[in-house]
Design a protein around this ligand. Structure first.
Ligand code: PMP
Length: 997
């Protein structure tokens, strides 16, 4: 009945026998029985709540006893830790016995998916993993090792034997060499220190199959206490890190997050921290070695080889990396000085301060400290960066104006300047570019000599000639640490020799000029470096924001050394300030709100210069901060801004240009400040014309934030805090062909929705219908074919006029037409415009027929202080120019088709994508839990939008059920943007939270 594995007989019970044991020994009557994987035991899931574990009779009782006691101890010490609970037999025994002598134990069943296959491994999840392991080690701490000493192959102190054995068995030379290097390092550097570290009972097997994760990324199970030994406690963390690094874009970063979590619960000493990484790679090397042996012994177990692929990939990838770096990264993650001797090195540099690298001291010199941060107004629009000459004169003329001989670029400043591939495309960075400046920039005339601030020797020099790189670069080595000089002249490195002595004060190089200096405005990049990480002639001068503390620790602030203040002030907590000063009725997007300080084209940038592809802002119609639009506003603002009580050509030119885009019956323009104001005025015009108030609206829609518009917006009056429809407002059923009362599958569904409207209007008079031609807040709903034209007819028959609300959808967004109502084949009586009309400048507009405009001329003046002012009209004209000159309506058509095709493919692959719809660049997809019942997936939609944001893409949810993800990017959206979006969306749709459970 047993099978020999690993020297002990492996039990082989049938499902029925397991069920029977559950009943007899434990009084458990399972709803079903299934086997669960185990290396040496036999495990059964007695559904739903239990696991029956059958161990070989030859297992040592003392070992199983110890395991049982450990589990009970952990449960007592930290009851909320997700470890299995041991359930006694009916007789009160912790272990039962089968008729044939197998040992059985019953445990609580822990749900969840193994970490190995769970997606995604977010920073939160990795940190929680570390924390949970820290708690487990804390809970195990009081446990005396009552088991007699065990010899386990997984004991880290035995790594040398295991690796030697592995070396004899792996197949390729390269892999043998990797194991050999790890063996040498382990024996030379690790073993003796490992034996000195604090010891205790450890779990010893936090691998990615022993940890279970729930759908929301919470840890639901920490399994398998069968490999517990007494050992260095830090091994538990190292083992966890080894598996947490597998297949990560940034393995060291992932491990650092785990370490930080662990340190919160179980503080680590410096010496423990120093050994985490070496032990983690040792564990990986042990794992592949043990597996190589098993595979040699049992070649039919091909899966063993497959399961080791990620460990080999990681070991191969880590080859050639400086092994001090993870140590620094882990220290930084725990809030320690990244470099263990950082304080000493800083003291060394400070002791020589102030010194200078220029021919004159900086202290006392008239300097101008530039703001080159992301949101810098001094920098202005990013187009200044497109031409180095223009950027240079921008900076140097500022210095001239302020009488400064030197311009300073600050240390620890996140900047939008680093746009070339060397900053944006490192695979481990994902979508997080390097932006944080690690040195100080000194902007001076090219050719300015550079003097050594300290005695040193030339460590290395190089021409770093990638776009926007350092150009010619020199690194000097000093008694403690190094200094780096970037953007030099080519002459500076000619004839230089490594090891050449350079005396303090000696001029050894000069400031370069563009393009040879990396194509930057002339300046010296000066940086102090405590550890060069084995690099030569180069070292990162800019870091990823998530690694800020680490790199700033390795490159301390050169300001005090040079006698200047160059660090930007720390930021305040804006969320708290908002709470203090603003109404709680204002909401913030995303679970972790964004602090955006710059917009350019299709992107928004946060304070770290992290770019976010904006797929939701239909206001930034021609792209964020379009220079043409910005210039129009600024040029006209410099000359005149006043109201419409004076003659001015801008308003007239603008009215004519807008009218040229509209049907000829729409002749009279009113300019206001927002879409809401436009709709409010449109209602007044309609009511003035019909002398009645009865208003028809489509269910679920929104028309603005004024009192009059909340009254006609079911989205608000039927939503939280709403008072329902007022008496003068009638809702028409939302003509939703996907989940409404009539659906697209019915060929007559449009006619049926029209019939509903006909029935509502039967025998009634109407004043006005206000409707969008694609419903926005109601869930990106495209109207059924012919519906709007028929409804317009019915409304007019009932004596009403028709308002087309184009606030969201106008200005070429739908691609096929300039206005969305044109795609429905209707000519409204009144059109309202807002949002995109001013590309962010507050403009609204109402255009109507001469006849309706006349009914409004009652003697009461219409005055709007800001509406139609010369600046707003100049902006509106610039927006129209850009739409036309850049052919943006056509781009909306093409890119819309591209996105729809991509979304339809995803709809085929992922059941949760129930519907894809929209026109041009006004699109949406609806998430459902079940394609038959259409159960809305609102939590999933919220999850998706927040995850996409973490991945650098901004979307949002809408619709009455909050389960529609809407997409309405700036019309300059490109093929490349579409691909980025679709790739990221596909990857998020694969995440566990969005998969059917
Ligand atoms: N109409 C529609 C269809 C809208 O979506 C909105 C705003 N979301 C408005 C009018 C009101 O525009 P604003 O908030 O700019 O006043």
């Amino acid at each position: 009945m047993g099978e020999e594995t690993l020297g002990i007989a492996r039990p082989r019970l049938s499902l029925d026998q397991a069920r029977e044991l559950g009943r007899k020994l434990y009084g458990v009557d399972p709803s079903g029985v299934a086997t669960l994987p185990s290396e040496r035991d036999q495990n059964f899931h007695l559904k739903p709540d239990h696991v029956l574990k059958i161990s070989s009779a030859s297992e040592e009782r003392t070992v199983l006893d110890f395991e049982n006691r450990a589990l009970q101890h952990v449960a007592r010490e930290d009851p909320s830790l997700p470890v299995p609970r041991l359930i006694p037999t009916l007789e009160g025994e912790l272990m039962g016995e089968t008729a044939s002598g197998w040992i059985c134990r019953l445990f609580s069943y822990l749900p969840g998916k193994p970490l190995a296959s769970f997606k995604p491994h977010t920073v939160d999840l990795l940190r929680t993993l570390g924390r949970t392991m820290g708690r487990l080690d804390r809970a195990l701490a009081g446990l005396a090792n009552e088991a007699h000493p065990r010899t386990l192959k997984w004991d880290m102190t035995r790594a040398a034997d295991v690796l030697r054995d592995g070396m004899a068995r792996v197949e390729t030379h390269d892999r043998r060499a990797i194991l050999e290097r790890h063996l040498a390092r382990f024996e030379r550097n690790v073993l003796s220190r490992l034996l000195e570290l604090p010891r205790g009972v450890i779990h010893n097997d936090g691998n990615d199959h022993n940890i279970l994760i729930g759908r929301s990324g919470e840890i639901t199970g920490f399994l398998d206490f069968g490999d517990m030994i007494e050992g260095a406690v830090v091994c538990d963390l190292a083992i966890l890190c080894a598996y947490a690094m597998l297949d990560k874009r940034d393995p060291v970063g992932a491990a650092a997050t785990v370490v930080a979590g662990y340190h919160e619960e179980h503080p680590l000493s410096d010496e423990e921290l120093a050994l985490v990484f070496p032990l983690a790679v040792t564990r990986l090397a042990m794992s592949v070695s043990i597996c190589a042996r098993q595979f040699r012994d049992e070649p039919e177990r091909e899966y063993l080889r497959v399961s080791q692929a990620p460990a080999w990939r990681l070991l191969e990838r880590l080859e050639g990396e400086c092994d001090r770096f993870p140590h620094y990264a882990f220290r930084a993650a725990c809030g320690k000085d990244p470099h263990p001797d950082g304080a000493g090195a800083r003291r060394f540099f400070h002791a020589q301060a102030p010194t200078s690298v220029l021919p004159f001291p900086l202290a006392g010199e008239p300097i101008h400290v530039f703001d080159l941060s992301v949101g810098s107004q001094e920098l202005g629009g990013l187009e200044v960066l497109e031409d180095v000459e223009c950027f240079t004169s921008h900076l140097f003329s500022k210095m001239k104006r302020t009488g400064a001989r030197v311009g300073i670029g600050c240390y620890d400043e996140a900047r939008p300047l680093y746009t070339s591939a060397i900053f944006t495309s490192a695979p481990e960075g994902g979508s997080e570019p390097r932006t944080v400046h690690l040195g100080i920039d000194l902007f001076v005339e090219p050719g300015t000599p550079i003097h050594a601030p300290l005695d040193g020797v030339v460590h290395s020099f190089r021409l770093n000639d990638a776009p926007l790189d350092y150009g010619p670069t020199i690194i000097l080595e000093h008694a403690l640490g190094y200094t780096l000089y970037g953007h030099l002249s080519s002459r500076s490195i000619d004839g230089l020799e490594r090891g050449q002595r350079i005396r303090k004060g000696e001029a050894f190089a000069e400031v370069g000029d563009f393009p040879a200096n990396g194509n930057w405005p002339p300046h010296l990049h000066f940086q102090i470096i405590l550890d060069l990480l084995d690099k030569e002639g180069d070292f990162p001068g800019v870091a990823r924001p998530s690694e800020r503390l680490l790199w700033l620790g390795l490159s301390p602030d050169p300001g005090p050394f040079l006698g200047i203040e160059s660090k930007m002030a720390a930021e305040s907590d804006l969320t708290a300030e908002r709470r203090q000063h603003l109404s709680g009725a204002l909401s913030l997007a995303y679970e972790r709100p964004l602090h955006i300080v710059r917009g350019s084209k299709c992107f928004l940038y946060d304070t770290d210069a992290r770019p976010y592809l904006d797929m939701v802002n239909n206001v930034a119609h021609v792209g964020h901060c379009h220079p043409r639009v910005v210039r129009a506003a600024s040029d006209q603002s410099a000359v005149l801004n006043t109201n419409t009580r004076y003659l001015h050509p801008n308003i007239l030119e603008y009215a004519q240009r807008l009218k040229a885009k509209l049907p000829s019956s729409l002749e009279v323009c009113f300019f206001v400040n927002s879409g809401s104001e436009a709709n409010d005025l449109a209602l007044r015009l309609a009511r003035a014309r019909t002398k009645r108030r009865e208003t028809l609206v489509l269910d679920g829609t929104y028309h603005g934030n004024l009192t009059s518009l909340i009254e006609v917006s079911p989205y608000k009056f039927d939503g939280p805090g709403g008072d329902g429809a007022p008496d003068h407002v009638t809702k028409l059923p939302m003509p939703d062909g996907y989940r409404g009362s009539h659906r697209r599958a019915d060929p007559d569904y449009s006619e049926r929705y029209v019939d509903d409207v006909r029935a509502i209007l039967e025998g009634r008079r109407a004043s006005v219908l206000i409707a969008e031609s694609i419903l926005s807040c109601a869930g990106q709903i495209v109207l059924p074919p012919g519906y709007l034209a028929a409804v317009h007819r019915l409304v007019r028959e009932a004596g009403g006029v028709c308002i087309a609300d184009e606030v969201q959808i106008g200005f070429g967004r739908v691609g096929s037409h300039f206005w969305a109502f044109e795609a429905e084949g209707v000519v409204p009586d009144i059109v309202t415009m807002g949002k995109p009309i001013g590309n962010g400048h507050p403009i609204g507009c109402v255009v109507t027929t001469r006849e309706i405009a006349r009914s409004f001329e009652t003697g009461m003046e219409y005055f709007n202080t800001f509406g139609g002012n010369p600046v707003s009209c100049a902006v509106g004209l610039a927006v129209l120019d850009v739409i036309e000159e850049q052919a943006l309506q056509e781009n909306a058509r093409k890119m819309g088709a591209r996105l729809i095709a991509g979304l339809r493919e995803l709809q085929e692959r992922f059941d949760i994508v129930g519907d894809v719809r929209g026109r041009g660049l006004f699109l949406g997809f609806e998430l459902v839990r079940d394609r038959e019942t259409l159960e809305p997936a609102a939590d999933e939609a919220r999850y998706l939008v927040n995850r996409m944001k973490e991945e650098g893409v901004l979307t949002s949810t809408d619709g009455p059920l909050e389960n529609v993800v809407k997409l309405k990017p700036p019309l300059i959206f490109s093929e490349e943007h579409a691909e980025t979006f679709l790739d990221k969306l596909a990857s998020v749709l694969e995440e566990d939270y969005l998969r059917p459970s």
